[in-house]
Design a protein around this ligand. Structure first.
Ligand SMILES: O=C(O)/C=C(\CC(=O)C(=O)O)C(=O)O
Length: 289
């Protein structure tokens, strides 16, 4: 792993908040182990191994029933670790893959059988070299045939430029990590309001109310991120999902305690109805129906 890479928390606390029955951790990753599933040569970071067994252990410990495992850039378009984890989890996991435009429908169908239900388009400049929009559009055309959706990861300052492209995508779109707002500007700032307006005007767009630990400036207990998550849960109760982001690649300031991240949930989704929608009904509709 990279010299400055922080490994995941070795012994997270037991959360006080008990997730509703059937809760889904809808954003997490598996990394390696590198001797079986090597990292991609073009990767921008080398993580510590975070194998499926550790993920499943954490799922049970935190009180979740299911995972959505998202392909991260350190594995490039090599989805073998993801597929291996999905097969091992059986019906308890679904996946989001990263694919090249020349992928065939047969390979996509094999992935579908393993539990993949979406692809991820990553626009974060520190993580990937830019991919031409036509390439993404040609992938979108293929995966649309399987009823999959597209997860997009971008930073707030790049949203404006991306909007015309996002509007061209033919499927459900899920935006990672609240659209990565600058929380120092506040949730009423025009930047976050523009993101809210985008979701209001495009009913195919969903959002993950994830990653207070990445967005915070104050640090734990992430109070500066609460207004952002709460606004998304209130405004889009049937289009918002939640996940741990375990094993938290590229965290530089601190490594979050996953139990504390679970305790963040009732602060952004205070009512049992909101919690059930966020953790059960919405992810089940998107990934298991
Ligand atoms: O865990 C995440 O979702 C966020 C990441 C890593 C990532 O997305 C990737 O490597 O593909 C990040 O901001 O470094």
């Amino acid at each position: 792993m990279d010299a400055d890479y922080l490994p995941f928390h070795p012994n997270p606390s037991k959360p006080t908040f008990v997730p509703p029955a059937g809760a889904v951790d809808a954003h997490c990753h598996v990394f390696g182990p590198a001797d079986t599933f090597p990292y991609a040569p073009q990767r921008k970071y080398t993580p510590c191994d975070a194998p499926k067994e550790k993920l499943f252990e954490l799922r049970d410990f935190l009180g979740f029933e299911r995972n959505v495992i998202v392909q991260a850039t350190c594995h490039g378009n090599d989805n073998r670790a993801l597929i291996d984890a999905l097969r091992a989890a059986g019906d308890k996991a679904r996946g989001v893959a990263s694919v090249a435009p020349d992928i065939g429908m047969d390979e996509l169908r094999t992935m579908n059988d393993a539990g993949v239900r979406g692809v991820r388009f990553n626009f974060v400049k520190r993580l990937v070299d830019a991919t031409p929009k036509e390439v993404f559009l040609s992938i979108a055309e293929k995966i649309e045939q399987l009823g999959w959706h597209i997860v997009v990861y971008f930073e707030a300052q790049d949203l404006e430029e991306l909007i015309p492209f996002l509007k061209q995508l033919p499927t459900t779109i899920v935006v990672d990590h609240m659209g990565r707002p600058d929380v120092t500007k506040g949730a009423d700032h025009p930047d976050f309001q523009r993101f809210i307006a985008l979701l209001e005007n495009n009913e195919n767009m969903w959002v993950k109310a994830t990653c207070p630990e990445r967005l915070t400036v104050q640090g734990p207990d992430y109070s500066d991120v609460v207004p952002f998550g709460r606004k998304l849960v209130e405004k889009f109760p049937d289009r918002v999902i939640w996940g741990t982001d375990w094993p938290h690649p590229n965290m530089k300031s601190h490594m979050p305690d996953d139990g504390k991240l679970v305790d963040f949930i009732p602060r952004i989704a205070p009512t049992p109805d909101q919690q059930k929608a966020l953790l059960v009904d919405n992810p089940m509709r998107l990934y298991w129906s």
